[in-house]
Structure formats: C-alpha cells, structure tokens
Design a protein around this ligand. Structure first.
Ligand SMILES: Cc1cc2nc3c(=O)[nH]c(=O)nc-3n(C[C@H](O)[C@H](O)[C@H](O)COP(=O)(O)O)c2cc1C
Length: 277
C-alpha cells in the first residue's frame, strides 16, 4: 500500500465525523471532535478513499490526492433513473462489426474507467489485456481452429457446437467465435495479489466495460465461447497470456454495424422471493 498520508485541513474541517462513520474498517478515529488515524488503525486501510469522497467540505486528503481533483457529484450531472432504465433496456449484444479498430484513446479511456468498478476488499487485482486489430483476431482464430482440430483428432472432448464453428470458419469464412469483431478485452486476475472475490471482480469489470463501451457508441459481445475453447484446448492459454488455471473472461468489441431501434421486451414477472428467518 502507498503511504496513507492522512491529512486534514483544519481550517476547513467542521469535525462532522462523516469520514469516520463511512470508513469500512474503523481506520479513522474521532476524539474530541477531531479525526485522525493511528499507526495501528492505518493498517486496516483498504485504500477505498471513501473518507476523501464523503467529506462535505473537501477537508481531507489521503495518498497525496487532493479532493479538488475529484469530480464533484452534482445531482443534475448524473443520469436520471429513467435514462438509466432506457439505456439498460436498450443495451444489446452486438454481433456485427466494422473491421477497423476503435481509436486507441477511446479504448485507453474506457480501460482507465474500469478502475472505478468495485472489487472485493478493494483488491483491484485485475489485469486487462487487449487485442487491437482484426488481423490479430484472425491469427487467434486460426490458432483456435488448429488447436481444436488437433484435440478432436486426438480423441479429446471438443463440444459439437465448437466444432461446427471451426467448420463455418474454415469452409465459409464465417466467424462465430469472435463475431467478426476487430478487438477483444480479456480480463484476468493477478494471482500474486490473492484477490478475495476474484471471479466476481472479473465479471463486474466486464459488465462495467460493456455498459461504458455501449455508452461510448461501441458494440460489445461477451465472449463465453473463448472460455469453452480454452477448456477444450488449454494449451492455448499461454497464447492469451493466461496461467494454466487462472480465471478470466473475454469481451469482444468494436464499431457496431447495427443499430437497435427499440428495446426488447423481457419477462416483467422476474422471479422475486422474500427471505424470512
Ligand atoms: C457471460 C456471457 C457470455 C456470452 N457469450 C457469448 C458468446 O460467446 N457469443 C455470443 O455471440 N454471445 C454471447 N453472449 C451474449 C448472449 O447470448 C446475450 O446476452 C443474450 O442472448 C441476450 O441478448 P442481449 O445481450 O442482446 O440482451 C454472452 C452473454 C453473457 C452474459
């Protein structure tokens, strides 16, 4: 952890205690209306920055970060519930892509924003790996088809669905694996950081990416098929920068060649139950 560097601007601090109340690990102690941390309590800090975020007067700095460098959260700048609802209902899996890649700056910004996705205990042990162009995607396709062919010939289990897609690509040039997408984001875990909730962290980051990329006008497809491929042909894992058993999920993305005119209509009677003890 970087040095906590917990600094209170005494001229601004009103002693309201909001920082201490919102600290998830009781790192911040309040004594006689004054807040502070001890060497012992600081050890429990998970670097969530809630103290910096919650202070109503911007009196608190941690890790050398200045509150004035954060975005102010004015309610009128946030999307309304109705806007969020339309956006979420209108989001679709895109399976038609332009071959040219998305501007590198846009991708870099999206990946930077993924740092704002929640992770268990604020572990942030995620690794984001990208494929940047269609030519590289096609090289991966060739490797996938080659490896699945070898696996099938060796009598290993290759699900029929996967094998049909190998044939589609090799015989007709139709790419069901990557849906013709020019780019891929693979989210994996830094095992050395021993994340508490690694699988959830990966999937939450994927969902954030899907929504952020959609909001930026891009198309996204969750690529569950790559998980199936790497189960059937684990020898390909190093080609994707993956350890033999580390968890990952992949998402395809690019400029969409399809626009949806309306939302779909899902089951309104979601299964909702009330738990009681
Ligand atoms: C975890 C996950 C994995 C998926 N894997 C694939 C995939 O490999 N290929 C594909 O074309 N779609 C994939 N999808 C997209 C689903 O088929 C799609 O979300 C579903 O049909 C509903 O359509 P919608 O996303 O437009 O609402 C995946 C979706 C999820 C959530």
């Amino acid at each position: 952890m970087p040095p906590l560097n917990f600094i209170i601007d005494e001229k601004k601090c009103t002693g309201c205690g909001a920082c201490a109340r919102d600290c998830p690990n009781d790192v911040i102690r309040r004594d006689d209306g004054k807040v502070g941390v001890t060497a012992e309590s600081a050890a429990g800090c998970i670097e969530c920055q809630h103290c910096l975020a919650v202070c109503p007067v911007g009196a608190l700095s941690v890790f050398g970060l200045k509150p004035e460098d954060s975005f102010a959260l004015a309610p009128e700048k946030l999307p309304t519930a109705a806007q969020m609802k339309l956006f979420l209902r209108g989001r679709r899996t895109v399976r038609q892509y332009a071959p040219d890649p998305v501007d590198k700056k846009i991708v870099a910004e999206l990946l930077t924003d993924l740092a704002y996705a929640p992770t268990g205990c604020n572990d942030r042990a995620l690794i984001f790996s990208t494929v940047r162009d269609r030519a590289t995607m096609v090289k991966y396709l060739e490797k996938i088809c080659g490896a699945l062919t070898v696996a099938k010939r060796a009598g290993r289990d290759v699900p029929d669905g996967l094998w049909q897609w190998v044939e589609c690509w090799e015989q007709n040039g139709v790419d069901h694996f990557f849906r013709g997408a020019p780019q891929l984001l693979l989210i994996s875990l830094d095992a050395a950081k021993e994340p508490h909730t690694g699988v959830a962290d990966v999937l939450i980051a994927g969902a954030y990416f899907e929504l952020l990329a959609t909001a930026a006008g891009l198309g996204v497809t969750w690529c569950g098929i790559l998980s199936m491929v790497l189960n059937a042909a684990p020898e390909l894992r190093p080609e994707f920068g993956l350890s033999p058993d580390g968890y990952f999920y992949a998402l395809l993305f690019g400029k969409p060649l399809v626009r949806y005119a309306r939302t779909v209509q899902r089951d309104h009677a979601a299964r909702i139950t009330e738990l009681k003890v």
